[in-house]
Design a binder for this molecule. Structure first.
Ligand code: NAD
Ligand code: G6P
Ligand code: MN
Length: 442
């Protein structure tokens, strides 16, 4: 019998917490839990989530699981077994700035890509390094499973400061993309063995082997994408901006029909179209504030007023399941396959070994075992990735060294940016907007 586990959610007040806890409870046999701790530095959000999760535990018959809510890192992390991290430093209000500032200069404004992603990266590194420091101090044996964005940048920062920490950095996009393709085109994703390489939100599939059919189905998936755009499935069902993102996937496979790209490449390869379509006054952050965030606050408010019937309203499908699958794979030494962010170390043979890359990996009791590609990647992808890796490394240098010059180089090298003058303008505005969040740059 596996010991009952203590799971701490860092960023407990996150809109994704209910979906993750739902997945934890659904997998109680392979991931038995005795305590769930919600840790957040915003007590109001954390208390709201406490009410929601307390009711969820009761409704799902897990009333005996202890639920702790705290803003004290010692209470949150001491003796815990797993930490699921999903903090958003600066909240959705700062995400709005990340999106709107570049857009005002005619550049892509996005949470994890382009200069918005770099601004978020500068805030996020500090927050996540703090969490990792607490884990090191209070729960050095625990596994830290991280969703906090922007994943490539924060992974690079953690790799530098805490190279030995028991941490897995993951993104749900590949699983969500695979689920969406399977649902739209009539496959069962459980039969798939997917091979993929890239950086976070910046990669390509090379093969999708279907075990039940005994062949690589990527060519036929590309044909289908070219003929018929996909409808959004999984937890983003019905979401207009995700629908647009998936429509762009078909645009990409028509122009480059040899591999299936990560949908986020739209921001680098079709930035002009993205900027043209964007509403500079109402961006994705506004939609999420008016949607997921409002919905979470309303749920908590209803529970506070004594409503308990038909009040829980969320579904984060694969997102919650994916992180729970990682935990069970460690706990039960299952060696399941995930796409994970790891130091390259030859996995992509012709890319610099110190890049943080996203590749398939098996996960077991001793951690992550990445898989090396069978051969070198092509020059188109290599060129795009090398520029992106260098830009991200310069940004992380800028963070640790407090260097304005390195930040300017990072901003200039970002492939959504056409020249130094605009890079500098956006950087200077970002420095002002992020006062108190970024380290001082000189
Ligand atoms: P959110 O703002 O709803 O929740 C984040 C929570 O983190 C908030 O309650 C906030 O108070 C808390 N927080 C911020 N800084 C903190 C700190 N220093 N210490 C402790 N708590 C802190 O955001 P969200 O939309 O739920 O997203 C959460 C995170 O998950 C973001 O980083 C987002 O980009 C990321 N995300 C990643 C993936 C992925 O595939 N990797 C998928 C979805 C979301
Ligand atoms: C996907 C990506 C995440 C990203 C999220 C944004 O899940 O993998 O990295 O944070 O989408 O979704 P949102 O609904 O907040 O725009
Ligand atoms: Mn992601």
């Amino acid at each position: 019998m596996t010991n009952k586990q203590i799971i701490t959610i860092a960023g407990g007040g996150s809109t994704y917490t209910p979906g993750i806890i739902q997945a934890v409870l659904k997998n109680a046999e392979s991931l038995p839990v005795k305590e769930i701790r919600l840790y957040d530095n915003d007590s109001e959000r954390n208390q709201d989530m406490f009410l929601i999760i307390e009711l969820l535990l009761k409704k799902e018959g897990h009333g005996r699981v202890k639920l702790t809510v705290t803003e004290d890192p010692r209470v949150a992390f001491s003796g815990c077994d797993f930490i699921f991290s999903q903090i958003r430093v600066g909240g959705l209000k700062m995400r709005e700035q990340d999106e709107k500032i570049p857009l005002r200069h005619g550049l892509v404004g996005q949470e994890t890509c382009g200069l918005g992603g770099f601004a978020y990266g500068m805030r996020s590194m500090a927050g996540l390094l703090e969490i990792v420091g607490y884990v090191q101090e209070f729960a050095p044996e625990a596994w830290l499973l991280n969703y906090t964005n922007p994943e490539s940048i924060v992974s690079e920062a953690i790799r530098r400061q805490y190279p030995l920490i028991k941490m897995i950095n993951a993104c749900d996009m590949t699983i969500s993309l695979e689920e969406t393709m399977a649902v739209n085109y009539g496959y069962d994703r459980n039969n798939w063995v997917a091979t993929y390489y890239g950086l976070n939100h910046f990669g390509w599939y090379t093969e999708i082997y279907d075990k039940s059919l005994g062949r690589d189905i990527m060519p036929e998936l590309i044909e289908k994408l070219n003929k018929q755009e996909m409808n959004v499935a999984d937890f983003n069902e019905g979401d207009v901006s995700w629908q647009e993102a998936f429509n762009m996937l078909s645009v990409m496979t028509k122009d480059f029909p040899t591999q299936i790209p990560n949908n986020y490449l739209e921001y680098y390869l079709y930035g002009d179209m993205i900027v043209e379509k964007a509403d500079r006054d109402y961006t994705r952050a506004n939609m999420v504030m008016a949607g997921r965030e409002k919905n979470t606050k309303e749920m908590a408010q209803k529970i506070r007023c004594g409503v308990t019937d038909d009040v829980l309203n969320f579904n984060f499908g694969e997102h919650g399941q994916y992180i729970v699958d990682m935990a069970t794979s460690i706990l039960n030494d299952e060696h399941r396959r995930f796409m994970l962010l790891v130091p390259n170390h030859g996995a992509i043979p012709n890319l610099r070994p110190d890049a943080v890359v996203e590749v398939p990996a098996y996960v077991g009791a001793t951690g992550v075992e990445p898989i090396s590609l069978r051969g070198p990647i092509n020059d188109f992808h290599k060129g795009l990735m090398e520029a992106q890796v260098a830009a991200e490394k310069l940004l992380v240098d800028a963070y640790f060294e407090g260097s304005y010059q390195k930040a300017l180089q990072a901003f200039t090298l970002n492939q959504t940016v056409p020249n130094v003058r605009v890079a500098k303008k956006v950087l200077d505005e970002m420095i002002t907007a992020n006062h108190g969040y970024w380290p001082a740059l000189s």
